[in-house]
Every structure is written in structure tokens, then in C-alpha cells.
Ligand binder design. Sequence first.
Ligand code: 13P
Length: 364
Amino acid sequence: MLINKMRTLIKVMFADGKGILAMDESNSTCNERFIELGIPATEENRRAWRELILTTPNLHQGIGGVILFDETVYQQQHHGAAFLQILRENNILFGIKVDKGLQSLALHPSEKVTSGLDGLRARLNTYAGLGAVFTKWRAAISITESLPTLACIETNADALARFAALSQEAGLVPVVEPEVMMSGTHNIERCQQVTTQFLLSVFRHLNQQEVVLEAIILKPNMILPGADCSMQADTDIIANKTIACLLETVPAAVPVIAFLSGGQSGDLASTRLNAMNLKDNRHANTPDGSINQQQTLPWQLAFSFSRAIQIPAIQVWSGVPERKKAAQDAIYRRVCDNQRARRGVYHQLPESPVGRAVTATQKQ
Ligand code: 13P
């Protein structure tokens, strides 16, 4: 019963080319972004920024769900409605980041494990009572010449699976986020190899915990060369390698793969999502009406972006109240671009430069 409800919620959240807007930065990550832009790192500015995002006109047209950070759940408009009420009125579902961030992995000081399992069952029940319908847990793995270790992969995969089981038990759809990070000099083949190893481990652990795959959302990285690799890859190679990796690792029972953006610019993230969706014959049109020979992918390919939606807008806003409308226009534009990318009809506008990775701080 709960599982059927979760499956229906996933369908609703991703209907009509919609996706997820991640705005679940921890206070420290949000503050670091503010400091980079000269915005005072105060609770009031975090509230103002989140109000700006959530009151973006027509946000609901392309966003079916938002991921919130705990602080945001209890915030409200200046002299106005609670944020949760704004979401309800706009038919946007909300989820919550429930992990407690990255800690050093014991005996592996260069690697991280995500914390937050202690007390999670009680926190999940609180969020379910507030109306949350989904949850998110991020594991983050770095690539170097000698990393990641098997210990890091297995420990993080186990935590992701235990989170997902607890979340489904509470009736909340788990967004399972195993991120292989883009920072580093590694090439695209190494990213594919590590991501494949990590995803295989994640699904082995999910199966061990008897998590129902039909009621999860997978939030992986795309297969990309390291940000500092001298050999960058073109869109088609990235799309092909990402799809190949996912076909090898992700069971067809998973309904939606909603990518993280991981530090790609907004345009690049949309361009690459678009290219992948074009390879799915649900979206590809043949001009002469002939049968399309391209593969039909077993899952929907969608987005759950933070930086690729937020960064252009926060740069416009920079904490200046008079720039609110321009910043909201920037958010709405990125939302529409990603909705088009889901349908395989995104065309980058000539004036928007591509190729630049976003420098803003990595999320925690
Ligand atoms: P990015 O899209 O900026 O990678 O963030 C997604 C996310 O939710 C990371 O936890």
C-alpha cells in the first residue's frame, strides 16, 4: 500500500518533463556561497534567498519537487506564509535532506563516509508528519590515483541502503545519491569505472536490505572527465558513456534517474541531459516518420539539480533586494531549459557560454 503510494508520487513529481530542484544546502555550504559573492552569511539572508527561490513565478510548471534543508522547513515568507504552505498551494512536493554530512572514514583519512543513521527513524517520522513525501541521502566519493578504496565504496553503499530502507518504512520515497565527484585530474574512463563499481555495490546493498526498487529515485553523477583533466569530452561521448554505465548497473525496476549537476554549468548540465534523452526513442522524432532504431531506456532520465539551477540566479541576486525579479527570471529560465532537456528539445542559446565548470562551493 505504502509502496503503491510512493510509486504514484514519483509519477506525479516527474510528470510533464518536470524535475526536482535541490535547495538543501547545509547552512555552512549556503554561507560559503554567500561569502564568495559578498553576501552577509546570516540566517535572514538564507531565508531571503530561499523565499526568492520558492516564490519564483510559475516554478511549479517545471518543478515537481524540492529538496529542503531542515532549517528551511520551518521558515516563512517575510510577514507571510510558511514555506511549506507556499509549496502546498503550488502543488510542489517537498523532500528533505536527512543525512548529516560527510565525516572522515575511520582508518582512511582521505576518504569520507556520510553520517546520520543514528536517530534517523524518529527524524523521518517527524518529517512525514510535516508533509514531506521524500528524503535524500548523499554519499560522496573522490577519485585520485589510489582512491576510492573498497572500504569507502562498501561503507557508503551500506549506509545509502540502510537509509533507503528506513525511508521506505516511514512511507517516504528515498532519493539515493551516490555521487562520484568531478574534482580531480582523472579521465572519463576512470569516472566510468569507479561509478560502475559504486553503483553495482549500491544496488547489491539495496537488494540485501530488501528496498523496493520501484519506489526509489536514483540520483547519480553523469560520467565526466575530472574537472582538471586535460582531455575533456564532447557531449555525445558523455551521453553514451553515462547511458552505458547506467544500463550495466541500474535495474529496470528503478522508475527515474534524476541526475545531480555536480559543478557543471547550467548550460552544460542541460545540454548533456538533452543528449541522453535524445537517445531514448520516447523523445526522438524521425523527420520522415520512419521507425526509430534508437534504444528505449528502461527508466526516465530527469534532473535533481542544485548548482546548475541556482548559481546563475544567486550571482544575479547577490543579496540585493531590487534584483529579486531578475534572479527569479534566471531560475525560471534554467527550470524551463531542464524541462526541455528532459524532452530532448533543449537548444542552448548562442549568448550563453558553455564549457565552464561552476566554481561555487561543493554542497555538503
Ligand atoms: P548539485 O546539482 O549542485 O550537484 O547538487 C545536487 C545535490 O543535491 C547534491 O547533494
